[in-house]
Design a protein around this ligand. Sequence first.
Ligand SMILES: NC(=O)c1ccc[n+]([C@@H]2O[C@H](COP(=O)([O-])OP(=O)(O)OC[C@H]3O[C@@H](n4cnc5c(N)ncnc54)[C@H](OP(=O)(O)O)[C@@H]3O)[C@@H](O)[C@H]2O)c1
Length: 280
Amino acid sequence: MKKILVTGVKGQLGHDVVQEAAKRNIEAVGVDIEEMDITNANQVRDVISNGNYDAVIHCAAWTAVDKAEEMVDACRKVNVDGTRNIAVVCKELDIPMMYFSTDYVFDGEGEIPWKEYDERHPLNVYGLTKYEGELEVEQLDKFFIIRIAWVFGINGNNFIKTMLRLGKERGSVSVVNDQIGSPTYTYDLAKLVMDMIVTDKYGVYHATNEGVCSWYEFACEIFKQAGMDVKVTPVDSSTFPAKAKRPSNSRMSKEQLDKNGFDRLPKWQDALGRYLKEIL
Ligand SMILES: NC(=O)c1ccc[n+]([C@@H]2O[C@H](COP(=O)([O-])OP(=O)(O)OC[C@H]3O[C@@H](n4cnc5c(N)ncnc54)[C@H](OP(=O)(O)O)[C@@H]3O)[C@@H](O)[C@H]2O)c1
């Protein structure tokens, strides 16, 4: 593996994947909408075909979950058509493609961790388009689908940055306590991504940081580790009616990581601590 293309380089994950590749002496070319609008099939074909890439790591996406409920076509264009445009060229060139998906492909019923090959049944438009993107990627022989959740990275906005801001501005926050999942630190994920892409252990994986929590518990830990005295009130999702329905159970099994000999990501509290050191 000498040269890879990374889409969504201006986002949280794409940024960290390019950084990690550089540490491993793999040439990573990062592109975003300016260099390669993934909804433009011709441009996608030109960029990928002319770059002599050994793999494509596809981090670009429409990630505005609530906005997707009203802008269904625009979201589908990026997450489904955009993903197909890349998949088609990767298939023709016979190079592997890595795609990032989400816990939102599941309906969140029950309390058992979702296994990688469980039936998918998304509850909202974003989840549906990410699921349809998975179907496009599954057309390839050489693909990785990595489902992640509650993503945070240096390069972009996320729950942690929002909590720190609200905590500072208001001194108190109300946070939902009935959605359980695991945060994913892009710095940790990027290492796994680079471990994986040099192998032929294709398939579907879950790769969040270890351990589970509710958003309320996540917020409490953020303020504790940041040394901020903020009152956090646990509330039900019904208190904050969002446009897009969220799954209540986002626990993710790591069976496929274990089976294929990949390291699980560190505990989420540890990831949070390292992240806060970077941004505070
Ligand atoms: N964030 C989460 O909590 C989360 C959870 C589960 C899974 N994921 C998945 O993980 C992956 C990485 O997420 P992330 O948080 O790093 O995303 P992000 O920060 O939102 O970055 C996505 C990047 O893709 C770009 N993009 C949007 N439309 C594009 C287009 N037509 N052509 C080219 N680039 C385009 C975005 O540009 P603009 O900013 O200008 O739109 C942005 O720079 C995505 O596949 C996402 O679906 C994310």
